[in-house]
Structure formats: C-alpha cells, structure tokens
Design a protein around this ligand. Structure first.
Ligand SMILES: O=C(O)CCC(=O)C(=O)O
Ligand SMILES: [Fe+2]
Length: 227
C-alpha cells in the first residue's frame, strides 16, 4: 500500500495557506480532544466533540448547496421512500463546500498512517425531522464486509442519537451477557469515526424519534470502495 507517497503529497497540500478557504468555518486540531473507545471484536470508535466551529453556518450552506435527492427502494412487494435525503460525491468529484475539502485533508493527515489510504468518497445524509432515520446496518456493500476500514462522520445540525450494537451472531456479540447498545448524541460539528472491524462486527443506526428535533445532517468520509 503506497502510504509514503500519499503522505508526501499530503504534506505539500497542507503547507498551502488555508486562510479564507472556508469562510466562517474553522476546524479544531484533531489530536486534541479525540477520544477512542475500543469495542469488542476488533472495532473502535473515535469521538471528537465540536471539531468544527461555525458548524451551523456550514450546515446552512450544505442544506442550500447540496443537490439532495429523495430515494425509493423496494421493500417486499412495494416501493417505499428512503426516510432521509442523500447526496454522494465519488472519488475526484469536487465537493460542495471548501470546508469539506479541509475536513478531508485533516482526516487524511490524522488517520493516513493507521488507515493506509486516503478518504476518497463523501456521502451526505439529511434527516429533516425525527421521522427521518437510518435503520440498523453496517457499511458492508464494499470492502467493509471483509476488511478493517474507517468511516468518519461529521455531524451538523440538531443532535440525534447514533447507536451502535454488536452484529447478531457476530464475533463482537457478548456471549450470554445482555446485548450492549452504545449511544452517542452527536450534532453541531461533532466528529465520529468508526474503525477496525466496526462495519462487519457491529451495526449502527440513527433511529426515529418522537421528540421534536430540528434537521440534522451527516457527512460521511470513506475510503475507495467502502460503502
Ligand atoms: O447519519 C449518520 O450519522 C449515519 C449515516 C450512515 O450510517 C450511513 O449513511 O451509512
Ligand atoms: Fe452507515
């Protein structure tokens, strides 16, 4: 894996002046305030609270500038609305806000050695209110099904719970003990990173809530072919 050349080109990029590149939005350092929790089965999660200052400004820009699409998917004998709006930027596609380029650069700089490759794609999801959600799943369409990887999620807007639980019958499920569910209330510029075996040994979800909540948006950074 070509980690060394990748890091060298990254250093070139990082030495460029950043001032004014993402007006009104500032990223804090990642090494400070990042907390790792080791989970069963070779998984871990990192949490960096309030990584982005000016997160609400970025939230509003992305709400307005991203080409959000509503998706429908087959479910048994009918087709249902996917309960959130989505947008996806493939590798090499220009991102909708320079703050997201800066965020990806900072993630690459911090995680390059451990991940061994850059974050390549950016997915965005908008949860308009408490009825929008994402059901229990792992990001297992690509390499996440078979390989250790990372998915870094920047959360903007109103806090919602992001839940994690060991996959049923998987290696992380506690033998005979009560099933664990780990809950993180994330919003307003918090960073959440799932790493190691997390996508194949654990599942995550953003459940619906009857509580009145404002809109919430997530920006997911993933390596190539992790979906
Ligand atoms: O919105 C989130 O925090 C999670 C999104 C997610 O898990 C996904 O899109 O795969
Ligand atoms: Fe996911």
């Amino acid at each position: 894996m070509g980690v060394a050349p990748f890091q060298a080109s990254l250093l070139d990029t990082l030495s460029e002046p950043q001032a004014g590149r993402h007006a009104g939005v500032e990223l804090g350092p990642l090494h400070a305030g990042l907390h790792r929790r080791i989970l069963a089965g070779g998984a871990w999660v990192d949490v960096r609270r309030s990584w982005v200052a000016g997160a609400d400004t970025l939230f509003e820009r992305l709400c307005a500038q991203v080409p959000w699409r509503a998706e429908r998917r087959p479910m048994y004998d009918r087709t249902v609305d996917v309960p959130r709006l989505l947008s996806f930027y493939a590798r090499g596609e220009p991102l909708p806000d320079p703050a997201l380029d800066a965020a990806r650069q900072a993630l690459d700089a911090h995680y390059a050695a451990e991940l061994g490759e850059p974050f390549a794609t950016v997915g965005l999801a908008l949860y308009r209110d408490g009825r929008d959600s994402v059901a229990w799943h792992g990001d297992r369409i690509g390499r996440g099904a078979t390989h250790d990887t990372m998915v870094a999620i920047l959360v903007l807007g109103a806090p919602r719970a992001l839940l994690l639980r060991p996959r049923a019958g998987g290696p992380a499920e506690s033998g005979g003990g009560r099933p664990v569910t780990i809950r993180h209330e994330l919003g307003h510029g918090d960073l959440f990173v799932m790493g190691g075996s997390c996508q194949r040994t654990w599942e995550h979800a953003v459940p619906k809530t009857a509580r009145p909540v404002g809109p919430r948006l997530s920006v997911q950074f993933r390596p190539h072919n992790v979906l």
